[in-house]
Design a binder for this molecule. Structure first.
Ligand SMILES: Nc1ncnc2c1ncn2[C@@H]1O[C@H](COP(=O)(O)OP(=O)(O)OP(=O)(O)O)[C@@H](O)[C@H]1O
Ligand SMILES: [Mg+2]
Length: 432
């Protein structure tokens, strides 16, 4: 068999230039012929026309040395120019991904800006075992270097602070094992995992809260159908328990729905404009019967200046209703409750609800707005509480760009202050 002719690398270049030349020559001939047709070539006009057509054709066909450019474009480009490699490295370094590249000995050869920020240091030149201690990551890197296997895993990094990281280990195999590389991309998933845990906790808590009254109702129904079938004297008592427990379930479902509705709207700023004092007074009236029943005297002093807030009226009513009810429920019976206006700066107004009672242990104060958190669960349940009230308050205030301040002295009582931004409103005749 005849050997294949050697491939000339410059052949495409030569072909392209030849093609361009031939086309140019043809165009020049057409230009010259048209000049000769308009005027004889030997006349000055004919010569000038032919020359102009010739130059114009040349410029049209080869503007700014186009053929040179075209020929150049066919030449193989040098791919490993040092400056282009440097440029690529800079782009990779700026990619918004924390990643490290390791050599065959698991030493860090390069590392992105984000990785340096994540680790709070520059690990280049160091062995990966001095960067991360987690055995799972080190094992994944070992097997990537030994067998070329890729892996993804979660691990806990302890430095510069405790964090949950997701690592993707990718092997870059090479014929020469000393040239093998590993890319280790990292993602901080601490917040994501915390949210997952919170969601799972919430579902577990909500199911548990619902299961308790449900079990009581089922138990009562079974008792009524079985052992207490003919115990007519106790029927009324059992039915009372069923009624109380089903009311508790209904309250729980209402509060859960209310919480999820408020959460969904958290980023939507309310549009109503209300005089805050009127909302507080309405909440005081709505809780007056409970306060009287408990023997509390409620004193309200909101000052004479009107303060308007941008709000959803019903939601703010719910905030003050829960805080006043809490003061009645968890304060001492027959003790005073005071509701006062607190002056902040000119941009916000505070309404403080203060009670006299056992107060709350300082370490528990930050947990009060957690869902289902109660200092004394049995006491809260016996008073019909779901443990969602303050969580709802917190979400409503977040939506209103406000906040809840809690101060409590064990043995003396608690003060819950609602801070809200005030707005300028022209005099509203309906308030007078
Ligand atoms: N004024 C207060 N004094 C002492 N403890 C309080 C006070 N307000 C709230 N707490 C504690 O905080 C817990 C959570 O209150 P929160 O309003 O969220 O739930 P709840 O009152 O138990 O139920 P709900 O408001 O859903 O009916 C209460 O169970 C109680 O232990
Ligand atoms: Mg409450």
């Amino acid at each position: 068999m005849e050997p294949a002719p050697p491939i000339d690398p410059l052949k495409p270049l030569v072909d392209a230039v030849t093609r361009t030349r031939m086309r140019d020559m043809l165009l020049m001939a057409i230009a010259a012929a048209s000049g000769a047709w308009i005027a004889p070539l030997d006349s000055p006009a004919g010569g000038a026309i032919a020359a102009v057509a010739f130059v114009a054709t040349l410029r049209l066909v080869m503007p700014k040395g186009a053929w040179l450019w075209r020929a150049e474009s066919l030449l193989p480009r040098p791919s490993n120019r040092p400056e282009s490699a440097l440029h690529d490295a800079r782009i990779l370094d700026r990619l918004p991904i924390p990643y490290l590249v390791l050599d065959a000995e698991a030493r860090v050869t390069s590392c992105s800006t984000d990785a340096r920020a994540l680790l709070a240091r520059d690990p280049r030149g160091q062995h990966i075992a001095t960067v991360f201690r987690a055995p799972a990551v080190l094992a994944a890197i070992d097997s990537a270097l030994a067998d070329g296997t890729d892996e993804s895993l979660d691990f806990t990094a302890l430095r510069p602070r405790r964090r949950q990281l997701h690592a993707t280990v990718r092997a870059l195999k090479a014929a020469d094992p000393t040239k093998a590389r590993v890319v280790l991309a990292l993602q901080d998933v601490t917040q994501m995992r915390q949210l997952d845990a919170m969601r799972m906790d919430f579902v577990a808590n909500a199911s548990h809260e619902l299961r308790t009254p449900l079990a009581a109702i089922t138990g009562m129904v079974e008792t009524l159908q079985g052992p207490a079938r003919d115990d007519h004297d106790n029927h009324h008592r059992f039915l009372g328990i069923i009624e109380r427990e089903s009311a508790r379930m209904a309250r729980l479902v209402d509060d859960l729905l209310s919480l999820s509705r408020i959460e969904l709207q958290e980023n939507i700023i309310p549009t109503g404009q209300e005089n805050l004092a009127l909302i507080v007074k309405e909440a005081v009236s709505a809780t007056a019967a409970l306060a009287t029943q408990n023997g509390n005297t409620v004193t309200v002093d909101l000052g004479s200046d009107k303060a308007y807030v941008k709000c959803d009226r019903d939601e703010l009513l719910q905030v003050f209703h829960n805080l006043i009810t809490n003061a009645i429920k968890y304060g001492y019976a027959r003790s005073p409750i005071t509701i006062t206006r607190v002056e902040g700066n000119s941009e916000q107004i505070g309404i403080r609800i203060q009670d006299k009672g056992d107060g709350i242990e300082p370490s528990l104060v930050p947990r009060l707005t957690e869902r289902f958190f109660r200092v004394n669960k049995r006491e809260s349940i016996s008073r019909g509480g779901t443990g969602l009230g303050l969580a709802i308050v917190k979400h409503i205030l977040t939506r209103h760009k406000g906040r809840l301040q809690i101060e409590s002295v064990p043995g003396e009582g608690s003060a819950f202050t609602v801070w809200l931004p005030v707005i300028d409103v022209k005099e509203d005749p309906s308030d007078v």
